[in-house]
Design a protein around this ligand. Sequence first.
Ligand code: TYM
Length: 358
Amino acid sequence: MSNTIPQRVFSGVQPTGNLHLGNYLGAIKRFVELQDTFDCVYCVVDLHAVTTWQHPVELTSNIREVTAAFIASGIDPEKHIVFNQSQVAAHAELAWIFNCVARMGWLNRMTQFKEKAGKDREKASVGLFAYPTLMAADILVYRATHVPVGEDQKQHLELTRDIAQKFNNDFSDRIAATGCGVPMQVGDETVNGYFPLTEPVIGGPAARVMSLRDGSKKMSKSDPSDLSRIVMTDDADAIAKKFRKAKTDPDALPSETEGLADRPEADNLVGLYAALAGTDKASVLRDFGGAQFGTFKPALADLAVEKIAPIADEMRRLQADPAEIDAILKQGSQRASAIASSVISDVKEIVGFVGARG
Ligand code: TYM
């Protein structure tokens, strides 16, 4: 047993269709960047997708679409692990244990459940309520130390840390007795824990991409308006049209970022430009300060087409050969299972189940 938990990145994307620029800039592009520094596990979270109704035929196609987006964006499925969640049973097994560690009160505070369940909570699936414990299991079944996500997932990652900490506390004697734990620093104390307290990796100019129709709402797969989002498969005309119709205010762009305060739509478009160009908002405003949206929007559309079109082309090429995608997922699932099954057998031993060690 090694005495430190190796650094590892885990993240996931739901195969629920309409993969958009927020998913790409807030998450997938950053997954690609982390590959040089960390061992990474990237997951198409199909078990999460079915917490709301998914047509089976569309679900299959959406799983392949997210996989294609990962690879077309530059994730290397040979060096790192790309797979779909349902094929590694340990996610669901650990989620059950975490359902018994997490408290109802913790889950009741989750804002995403409130948003997704809407007014009629009684009709939401039990899975939608328990969604965050499965997410904690996704991460911790690899004992992942870093999780890149958009800002909307921050509360779920805080819950993941709470679950890890409670598990480590509840079972501290047993973790010591089984020799599975490692010394870890929690505040001023050194404790002997099993699960790491995962670090969220959130940031950059596109951590929270907003709707193109309403700067107070995040860009989302489920917004009824197609004009609210750029999807990865939009062609150049659709991208230009959506930016042309994007809501803005009548003023010119400011020269400094302070001037974006109270201008959510302008702030969003400048953030998108910065993320696409791989720079920051200040530098975009150095180039475009004083410009009207009539000038800035076409420049933004051109940049988006330049960056997105090659990815969309490669996604289409990959999706034309589903067998190739399925083979990538299969070998990824086997590699993921090898890591996850050793963690789940440690957990079963820690909890006290008979037969955990084979
Ligand atoms: P999902 O599928 O909704 O979104 C995938 C990723 O895209 C990010 N994102 C955004 N980033 C910036 N601006 C936006 N408007 C925007 N919309 C979405 C999300 O933050 C996410 O990083 N619960 C997760 C999936 C998941 C997961 C995990 C993530 C399941 N298990 C374990 C990390 C670790 C979700 O619903 O993502």
